[in-house]
Design a protein around this ligand. Structure first.
Ligand SMILES: *[C@@H]1O[C@H](CO)[C@@H](O)[C@H](O)[C@H]1NC(C)=O
Ligand SMILES: *[C@@H]1O[C@H](CO)[C@@H](O)[C@H](O)[C@H]1NC(C)=O
Ligand SMILES: *[C@@H]1O[C@H](CO)[C@@H](O)[C@H](O)[C@H]1NC(C)=O
Ligand SMILES: *[C@@H]1O[C@H](CO)[C@@H](O)[C@H](O)[C@H]1NC(C)=O
Length: 373
């Protein structure tokens, strides 16, 4: 009885294997061609890199431009990061003219000359420099209209210039009213010893959030993907490249997100949060490392005068370890999230705005006190 069975099996086994392999292949091809709603390529790839493979809208045929954009984005995200011998942080200043806090920044940078680079985009007038560190650091600039795509263009111009230096591994966007909250070593390790970019991003169902969405964004950008966030980002090199490589979503914002009467939209508050929410949602922190105080509920954030620039104020800001987002609808829902850095709860902010130029002397006096760490 044993012999015939033994004889049968060698001839059957390859057939079974072939049938099984065929079924697996058919299933894989089927899953690839007809992805179910919640299907994710993450099933086959490690989750940290696969999010861009997950189609933003599975039940749709992509345009040629979208297929090209996805493949470029995925390959930028998957490419191993270049590790220079001497990694630097690019500090990119977006300003109308002179920078009132150059002397304060000089204090901050002093002694770390081989670990930073400075770029200045002055959109209105040639800045007069008060620190030698800033001399020769102006890039060719263009006019910037507040809330317009020209703001994003200036950011891209700064990134393009800063990316030319392969040592630059992290890129911080700062304004003329920004000041540092910690010493250089603290900022350097905070930004360099993590794999995420600090891009502010949240879903605001109110008039200043989703209310600014336009159906013209379709089919590439759906309403559910629309996000909002502060302009002041800090991004790793891969993400800086993604921003420069993107034409698809950028063009949508250029055409359909403008400050126009009746339907205001501000590209600098929506483009990057929406873009990164779509292409690498787990690669961003969802908060900005630049603090600003909107608690007064006005059109502009609180701006600090000389008398406000005290040790107590700066200590208060540096102790904040939860990011807060408030929706712009009537409910004014407050979303509080711990600032998690490599999984640890840590202070959220490295920089703060907006300070009036008159605050300089006070800040200079207390700088070494509040930046002990
Ligand atoms: C960043 O990612 C690289 C490669 O995936 C990994 O080796 C490294 O440990 C990560 N660093 C941190 C601080 O998470
Ligand atoms: C940022 O928010 C997205 C959801 O939009 C989430 O997937 C991601 O994990 C968040 N980032 C961090 C660092 O928690
Ligand atoms: C600092 O925070 C404390 C406690 O929240 C508050 O009472 C105080 O007014 C704050 N001081 C400044 C200068 O912001
Ligand atoms: C700075 O700190 C030192 C020691 O804690 C203190 O004596 C000094 O008054 C502080 N200066 C200011 C301006 O706060």
């Amino acid at each position: 009885m044993a012999a015939p069975r033994y004889n049968r099996s060698p001839s059957r086994r390859p057939l079974w294997i072939i049938i099984l392999l065929t079924l697996i292949c058919v299933a894989l091809i089927g899953a690839y061609v007809y992805p179910p709603r919640h299907y994710s390529a993450c099933y086959f790839l490690s989750s940290s890199v696969c999010s861009p493979f997950h189609p933003p809208a599975p039940a749709r045929v992509y345009t040629d431009d979208e297929i090209a954009a996805h493949v470029v984005n995925i390959n930028i995200l998957l490419a191993p990061a270049f590790q220079p011998k001497n990694p630097k942080i690019a500090f990119m200043f977006l300003t109308p003219g002179s920078l009132p806090f150059e002397r304060l920044w000089e204090k901050f940078f002093q002694g770390h000359e081989d670990r930073f680079t400075i770029y200045v985009h002055a959109s209105r007038e040639q800045p007069v420099h008060t620190s030698s560190l800033f001399i020769g650091r102006n890039i060719r600039s263009q006019k910037v209209v507040w809330g317009d795509i020209s703001m994003v263009d200036a950011e891209k111009r700064l990134l393009a210039n800063a990316l030319r230096d392969p040592d630059n591994q992290h890129f911080v966007l700062l304004s003329d009213s920004c000041v540092p909250l910690h010493n250089f070593d603290y900022v350097y390790s905070y930004l360099m010893e993590t794999n995420i970019s600090f891009i502010d991003c949240f879903e605001d169902p109110g008039p200043h959030g989703t209310g600014r969405y336009s159906e013209h964004m379709l089919p590439e950008i759906e309403k559910k993907d629309w996000r909002k966030g502060a302009q002041w980002f800090s991004v790793k090199r891969q993400h800086a490249l993604l921003i420069l490589a993107d034409m698809l979503y950028y063009n949508k914002f250029k055409l359909h997100c403008k400050p126009v009467k009746g339907h205001n939209c501000y590209a600098d508050e929506h483009y990057l949060p929406t873009f990164f929410h779509m292409v690498d949602p787990t690669g961003i922190a969802n908060w900005s490392v630049t603090h600003v105080d909107w608690s007064e509920g006005k059109w502009h954030p609180k701006a600090y005068r000389a008398v406000d620039a005290t040790f107590e104020l700066l200590k208060n800001i540096t102790s904040i370890d939860e990011s807060i987002h408030v929706t712009s609808n009537l409910k004014k829902v407050v979303q509080k999230r711990p600032c998690l850095w490599n999984g640890m709860k840590r202070p959220c902010y490295l920089f703060a705005r907006k300070f009036y130029p008159e605050a300089l002397d006070n800040l200079m006096n207390i700088f070494s006190n509040f930046t002990v760490i």
